[in-house]
Design a protein around this ligand. Structure first.
Ligand code: GLY
Length: 359
């Protein structure tokens, strides 16, 4: 809670006109010192998302055409994915952590106000993106985690429920029973089976997520990223999705970027911020996304994360939208990947650029 001294200070600051701009003699007043500011003319609404957000971009465009702010539109869009039990990477039915508990991460960012909100390791709430939006609109904070995030959600009337579906529970059980031969959990087997409990090749990690960014009828830009994170993660693990600058970044004068894939790699490069800054410096969205992929590839050092040619043994995708409506995306490993977009010509899938071709 804001203490009364602080409230008084804020009140006085507003009355007296104190603040960074006044205090610094006006040095921060006026447009950003940026050669490209204002260079990108608004050309109409557009939405972009990860491939699993085809319905999200369509819904977001409908909301925008009906007059919604881009932030409300993208959250309404990804809510469809969060509610969908068949998407095991987001919201209800998302794959759980190692203890069999679904922990969700999400963030939102609003271009016109520059404000952000996020939740991490949130349990029991289907629409993590809506809780992130509440953090932005109804708190003086940017990120709430764990129990505190859940209590905040409860306070605002969000129902708390079990997010496991029978499908996600079975997948988690299969992972647990096949993880090691040195524990007591056994998968189904018969008396002749001599290899029970050995990793069966299915134990590859899953990093699904949905990111959605949009520009609305007023030329304002916002974005959201929401996920159940890495499947079977260590309880409490937080990925890139709720971290502003990593899983999401928006600048109303330039554009927006978001990410899916191995969050740890992105956390170490804050690459959504990087993508937006590259667009500010003149890159197209696709060029900026490829730049971020290269940055991650070159910064990855642990041998267990590299193949024999020194390339990352994981994938990360970026999706970007520039203020003039140009969209693009890229991934480290590709050839078959795509992103979803919608504009006044409808919704469609567009190929992702890539650094290395997947065999
Ligand atoms: N990019 C999603 C995650 O790593 O959790």
């Amino acid at each position: 809670m804001m203490d009364s001294n602080r409230r008084q200070f804020i009140k006085k600051s507003v009355v007296l006109g104190l603040g960074a701009t006044a205090a610094s003699g006006g040095a921060l007043a006026g447009p950003a010192p940026d050669a490209h500011a204002g260079r990108f003319d608004f050309n109409g609404p557009v939405t972009i998302s990860s491939r699993n957000g085809t319905r999200a971009v369509r819904r977001a465009m409908e909301e925008i055409e009906a007059g919604a702010d881009a932030l409300d539109a993208v959250v309404a869009g990804v809510n469809l994915v969060e509610e969908d039990p068949s998407d095991t990477s987001v919201g209800y039915g998302g794959l759980p952590n190692a203890d069999g508990v679904v922990q969700l991460d999400a963030s939102v960012m609003h271009g016109p106000s520059g404000r952000a909100g996020g939740v991490a390791a949130l349990e029991g709430v289907v629409h993590a993106s809506r809780v992130a939006l509440k953090v932005l609109r109804r708190s003086d904070h940017v990120l709430l985690v764990g129990k505190g995030a859940q209590e905040f959600a409860r306070m605002h009337g969000f129902p708390i429920q079990d997010l496991m579906t029978d499908t996600s529970r079975r997948q988690w059980l299969r992972w647990k029973e096949n993880l090691s031969v040195d524990d007591e959990y056994l998968p189904e087997h018969d008396l002749e089976d001599a290899t029970i409990g050995q990793a069966d090749g299915w134990n590859e990690r899953h990093w699904g997520t949905v990111n959605c960014n949009a520009i609305d009828l007023n030329g304002n830009i916002s974005g959201v990223t929401t996920t159940s994170g890495l499947a079977f993660k260590i309880p409490g693990r937080v990925g890139d999705s709720p971290i502003i600058g990593a899983g999401l970044y928006v600048d109303n004068e330039v554009g927006a970027a978001g990410s899916t894939g191995r969050g740890e790699a992105n956390l170490e490069s804050l690459a959504s911020f990087l993508v937006v800054e590259r667009m500010r410096a003149g890159d197209t969205p696709e060029e900026a996304c490829l730049f971020a992929c290269r940055r991650i590839a070159s910064r990855t050092k642990p041998a267990y994360l590299l193949d024999v040619e020194g390339r990352p043994r994981f994938n990360v995708q970026f999706y970007a939208l520039r203020r003039d409506g140009l969209v693009g995306g890229a991934e480290i490993w590709g050839g078959r990947g795509s992103f979803a977009m919608a504009d006044r010509d409808g919704a469609r899938l567009v190929p992702l650029a890539y650094l290395f071709e997947q065999s």
